[in-house]
Design a protein around this ligand. Structure first.
Ligand code: A3P
Length: 307
């Protein structure tokens, strides 16, 4: 979809991110209190980039006027609503895209705990200290058909007017062969799934569809996993509302401009958020082809991605 991918230890990368992931693997020192958000692309990461900081932030639940209107009139200030002035991308820096980018300047050892980071790196590429320390990993995935279609739309936002969309058949064939940013998708998912089965206290494995179906239940589960259980239902309500797609999509900070690290429109991270939207882009043959790959890859794993 417009750039070359490079394979490293069985997974495909955009070259600067591969270099960042290699640097991260050799130098990142995790702390026990760190939280790592891991995912393949377009699986609902942005939702968690909003939810996790809100859950971890000491003031989001307690301070503010409680009307939660987020209108910036002084009652929802930056401290009680970090989403008001920050795109979710800015709230959790990426290990390979930000922290360990070439010429990186982050002083992460000076960051107060709990530090929040994210990564698209596969499980096998995680720094050793993430595996051995007490830090927690939250992984989110999504059914492969919606993931592919979401990625295709995302990449199309980079096309110039008049260029049209990327040929979907070509992109789809590559996705099915595993040639996808941070792919093969199924291998990425399986790596984290197996780890989460072995170490459920270390890795929380979420499916986008479950978070959509039972947002409050899954957000409570996430908060408990992170050691920040909610005391009141109103707190859950508030955070679910603050991080909702409709709200984030319409916030001024997310509507204009380009993310300087990835060169994507800030608005491109918020689209439909509809489970099963793939039906509007994939043919019957494509559906069957990808479902068959998913069935074969997931066989015996206990993970259902044919949602
Ligand atoms: P669609 O393209 O299907 O709409 P990622 O964040 O991993 O890049 O995934 C992007 C997908 O998550 C997009 O899906 C996007 O619309 C959806 N998304 C972004 N923010 C969301 C939110 N707050 N709630 C639900 N879905 C969200």
């Amino acid at each position: 979809m417009g750039f070359d991918l490079y394979q490293w230890e069985g997974f495909w990368y955009y070259l600067p991110n591969l270099a960042g992931a290699i640097r991260s693997r050799s130098s990142f020192q995790a702390r026990d209190e760190d939280v790592i958000l891991a995912s393949s692309m377009k699986t609902g990461t942005t939702w968690l980039k909003a939810l996790i900081p809100c859950i971890m932030h000491p003031n989001v639940r307690s301070i503010g006027d409680g009307d939660g209107d987020g209108d910036g009139d002084g009652d929802d200030d930056d401290d009680s609503d970090p989403l008001l002035k920050n795109h979710p991308n800015a709230l959790i820096p990426s290990l390979e895209v930000h922290i360990f980018a070439e010429n990186y300047t982050y002083n992460i050892s000076a960051m107060p705990s709990p530090r929040l980071f994210r990564t698209h790196a596969p499980c096998t590429m995680l720094p050793e200290s993430i595996k051995t320390s007490g830090c927690k990993i939250v992984y989110i995935t999504r059914n492969p058909k919606d993931t592919f279609v979401s990625a295709w739309h995302f990449m199309n936002t980079k096309r110039m007017p008049g260029e049209g969309t990327f040929p979907i058949g070509e992109s789809f064939e590559k996705f099915c062969r595993g040639v996808h940013l941070y792919g093969p998708f199924h291998d990425h998912v399986l790596g984290y799934w197996k780890e989460s089965m072995m170490r459920p206290e270390k890795i929380l494995f979420l499916r986008y569809e479950d978070v959509k179906r039972d947002t409050r239940g899954q957000v409570k589960k996430l908060a408990s996993f992170l050691g920040r259980p909610f005391a009141k239902e109103e707190e859950v309500e508030k955070i679910v509302w603050m991080c909702s797609l409709e709200r984030l999509k319409n916030l001024e900070v997310n509507r204009n401009g380009v993310d300087p690290f990835v060169g994507m429109l800030k608005s491109a991270y918020f689209r439909l958020g509809v489970v099963g939207d793939w039906k509007n882009s994939l043919s019957k043959e494509m559906e069957e082809q990808l479902d068959e790959i998913t069935r074969q890859k997931m066989e015996g794993s206990g993970l259902d991605l044919l949602i």
